[in-house]
Design a protein around this ligand. Structure first.
Ligand SMILES: [Zn+2]
Length: 289
């Protein structure tokens, strides 16, 4: 064994040591394949082996959705941080600080306006990378600001959802964002401004139970989890085995809660087509009026 341990093994170890740094590779969270991050990003974070749509950052969403160099990010209103002076294992203010540093974002929502295939739109993106996209007071303010901007510009509002639901650190104030966001959607409906929701994985809790389910058109990314409570909670409550694919985009498409399931690569063109149709309709109804 000596030749093997003294000669071959050090060589193998030497080869293994030359491996590239961890931050260049990522494992697909569905099929486990190792993927080069650079290639994955070029493929819009879709696994080339199994087609799984991995999570995306706010910047990626804006880049993939808007026409090249066409969008401007919007500053969102600031709110009083930590109104309940909440503390669990960590102070809420420290948690916010850590998330700001980690995500380079101010909160779990970002808003921009620009064009999609030449059509003007306001886009709000929920940031899962910021405290799991949870909905607190700052989120509510951000959503209202996006709706107001859409009203002001008379352009459709598109919201990309991805959220763990309400933000427990803000207690009741977090739940209050549910009616607030619903009122914002109502404002758009009254003004006949189109409101489109794009569900991405995962969209759950109070987000699903409020503004996310009120879109004029619901688009979902393939296999996105969309639901209120998790499947295990429901099974334990109803004491029944849930059907295959329950709470997934395709299941909800079959049952009428989602209108379109679109591959991420077709999302910009799908949105562009819808915006084009809606703006033509608005123009023709204006002519009739
Ligand atoms: Zn995969």
């Amino acid at each position: 064994m000596s030749w093997l341990t003294q000669y071959v093994r050090p060589k193998i170890q030497g080869f293994l040591k030359k491996e590239v740094p961890d931050n260049l590779w990522k494992n697909c969270s569905s099929c486990g394949q190792m993927l080069l991050i650079k290639d994955l990003e070029k493929n819009l974070n879709i696994c080339p082996h199994c087609g799984h749509h991995m999570r995306a950052s706010v910047t990626q969403r804006f880049e993939w959705t808007f026409d090249a160099d066409s969008y401007t990010r919007v500053d969102l209103p600031k709110v009083a941080a930590d109104p309940l002076q909440f503390k669990d294992k960590k102070k809420y203010t420290d948690r916010l600080k850590d998330n700001k540093t980690k995500s380079q974002l101010d909160e779990s929502i970002a808003v921009a306006h620009g064009t999609i295939e030449g059509q003007k739109a306001v886009v709000a993106v929920m940031a899962f990378e910021f405290m799991a996209g949870t909905m607190g007071t700052a989120f509510g303010e951000g959503f209202l600001a996006a709706a107001r901007l859409a009203l002001l510009q008379k352009t459709p509002l598109i919201v990309f959802t991805s959220s763990g639901g309400a933000r427990m650190q803000e207690g009741m104030l977090s739940l209050m964002q549910m009616p607030r966001t619903v009122i914002a959607v109502e404002m758009l409906k009254e003004a006949q401004i189109p409101y489109i929701v794009v569900f991405t994985d995962p969209t759950t809790g109070g987000v699903t139970a409020s503004f996310a389910m009120l879109g004029d058109i619901h688009i979902a990314e393939p296999n996105a989890l969309i639901g209120f409570a998790g499947p295990r909670v429901i099974e334990n409550t109803v004491h029944e085995k849930l059907p295959e694919g329950f709470q997934r985009a395709e299941y909800l498409l079959e049952h009428g809660m989602v209108d379109i399931v679109a591959n991420r690569k077709e999302l910009r063109s799908t949105l562009g087509k819808i915006l084009g149709l809606l703006s033509n309709k608005t123009q023709s109804s204006e002519k009739v009026a």
